[in-house]
Design a protein around this ligand. Structure first.
Ligand code: ZN
Length: 543
């Protein structure tokens, strides 16, 4: 089935609330990449940022206008007009309109304490701020989602005032009235009770739920809100967010669909849940949590005789769902099994024809198993993955070969200079090329040398740029020295692609990722099919 049949909308705020999390930093390129992925996955709304709070978010909305979202509606986040001022004169509100998004999400005070003590205005003025701003944005053609701050705490203090805030937004034309457990201190029973109470008081708008995980109840609270009648769930991928984080949408989506019977996504999208989770972790440079519900590597890992024996006979004997539903796979911790279904699925999403039982598929599986064991991660490195599959399918010829490289770093404290220089010798169709280049750092120098060497053979490389570079130290499974995984994102102005390299040495890991990056661009544009025997020889070299 490819249709959904629930009225629940998925609202993702990874790029705004998620970015508030400790250790989460998104570049502009990261944000655009994640937004596209969230759209492809099937989020209903994607909150891109707060244009009134920083330049990067303004840039994001400018660039996002050029992207074609297939499914999602983009939302700009901001607050109501200032107290005792006109909404038309409010700069922050003007920036929300300039963002040019179909949706604006407005954060508003709905707690008496916050209005009086933090905002320091009158209760009536706060109601006027809500009414004016919602109305003004609606009049300007925006769908307005009303995020009421501290709904539950506010309601507990003074239910009449919190209700009045929601009614003001309802009358002014907001599409969703979102109840926020901003401090994350509520229990599911309280969420359910207050959601039901507010639902009875609004006339037109639907309710939404936005929760935080301070009590470890972010997802539970959001689900309690949905059960009580909210029709929008807000959260972040992998639960990124301030303090202990937001409602983890990955977990929430799996529960909505598989436990509560609310079909928020088509089945094929649900099967991409694990990929989405790993993708966002990789882009955010976060180590994926093995214990993440549904999608973690340990979520369906079985260790020890009885369980392993039982799941071999009947998987559901020790598994609450079939792991494939969310794109995960069963693991047996002794003698791990690679996720064939995952790999097939990923190859298909890249448009590569890989028959499940074919020798090529087996070869790809074996290589991936081997490389993953070496520390490779292909979830966010589509270009490296595609090269691997192309090699197995015989749709690849080497464009160049490495003869040698040398990278040197010199630091002179007395004269205050640092110098990085890379020399590289490559062979192109039997012809040797030798170049030297300098760079800001060793990888930059190596990148410059590679491209200087190849540009006369492949002028197309002129447009290629390295846009992101991430390094992760990974645990060694063999108990010896730690390895380094390098993740590179490149762009040719039209598209971006990502590659990965792993080695004990950071320069070597960088080289492997760089090599794939150049190779990918060249391979993508050539339609050369060559003899399979050559491919076998080439891919064994890779290992
Ligand atoms: Zn929040």
């Amino acid at each position: 089935m490819s249709q959904t049949n629930s009225n629940i909308t998925l609202y993702d705020t990874t790029l705004r609330d998620g970015a508030q999390g400790e250790g989460i930093h998104f570049s502009l390129a990261d944000k655009l990449r994640i937004a596209q992925r969230l759209d492809a996955f099937g989020m209903t709304y994607i909150e891109g940022g707060w244009p009134g709070s920083n330049e990067k978010d303004i840039d994001f909305f400018r660039e996002a206008k050029k992207l074609k979202f297939k499914h999602a509606k983009l939302a700009a986040f901001g607050s109501t007009r200032r107290a005792n001022a006109k909404v038309e004169d409010d700069k922050q509100v003007a920036l929300l309109l300039e963002a040019g998004t179909p949706v604006v999400t407005l954060v508003c005070k709905t707690s008496k304490l916050h209005v009086e003590e933090i905002l320091r205005t009158t209760l009536d003025e706060n109601l006027a701020m809500i009414r004016d701003t919602v109305r003004y944005l609606v009049k300007n053609g925006r769908e307005v989602i009303f995020d009421g701050e501290h709904t539950f705490d506010g309601y507990k203090e003074d239910p009449a005032y919190t209700t009045a805030c929601y009614q003001a937004a309802d009358e002014a034309g907001a599409s969703y009235l979102v109840l926020c457990d901003t401090n994350g201190g509520s229990l599911p029973s309280e969420i359910a009770k207050i959601t039901s109470a507010l639902l009875a008081k609004v006339k037109k708008a639907k309710l939404g739920i936005h929760t935080h995980d301070d009590c470890g109840l972010g997802v539970a609270n959001a689900l309690a809100g949905i059960e009580a009648g909210a029709l929008q769930i807000q959260g972040t991928v992998n639960g990124y967010g301030e303090r202990t984080g937001n409602c983890n949408l990955v977990t929430a989506i799996a529960n909505l669909q598989l436990k509560m019977g609310l079909r928020v996504l088509p089945d094929d999208k649900l099967a991409q849940l694990r990929d989405l989770s790993l993708f966002v972790d990789e882009v955010a440079n976060q180590r994926p949590s093995g214990r993440a519900p549904f999608v973690g590597s340990a979520a369906f890992a079985h260790k020890g005789g009885i369980h392993v024996n039982a799941v071999n006979k009947l998987a559901r004997s020790y598994e609450h769902i079939s792991p494939e539903l969310v794109g995960n796979h069963q693991r047996v911790l002794v003698g791990e099994l690679a996720g064939r279904a995952n790999i097939m699925l990923k190859a298909r999403t890249l448009g590569l024809k890989l028959e499940e039982k074919s020798p090529e598929a087996l070869k790809v599986l074996e290589q991936i198993k081997h490389l993953e064991n070496e520390g490779y991660e292909f979830e966010a490195a589509d270009a490296s993955f595609e090269l691997l599959v192309r090699k197995a399918l015989g749709q690849y010829k080497p464009f160049f070969e490495l003869v040698e490289y040398h990278v040197s770093i010199r630091k002179n404290s007395a004269h205050g200079f640092d110098a990085c220089e890379a020399t590289i010798k490559l062979s192109v169709d039997g012809e040797k090329v030798y170049t030297v280049a300098e760079g800001d750092g060793p990888v930059n120098a190596l990148d410059a040398a590679v491209r200087a060497a190849l540009i006369r053979f492949y002028p197309r490389l002129e447009s290629m740029k390295l846009v992101d570079y991430k390094v992760r130290i990974i645990d060694s499974t063999s108990g010896t020295a730690a390895k380094t995984r390098v993740f590179i994102e490149s762009s040719d102005g039209d598209s971006t692609w990502a590659t990965v390299g792993v080695s004990y040495d950071i320069i070597e890991a960088s080289w492997l990722a760089l090599r794939d990056s150049v190779d990918y661009l060249l391979a993508r544009e050539s339609k050369i099919h060559i003899d399979i025997s050559e491919i076998v020889a080439e891919s064994t070299k890779l290992l």
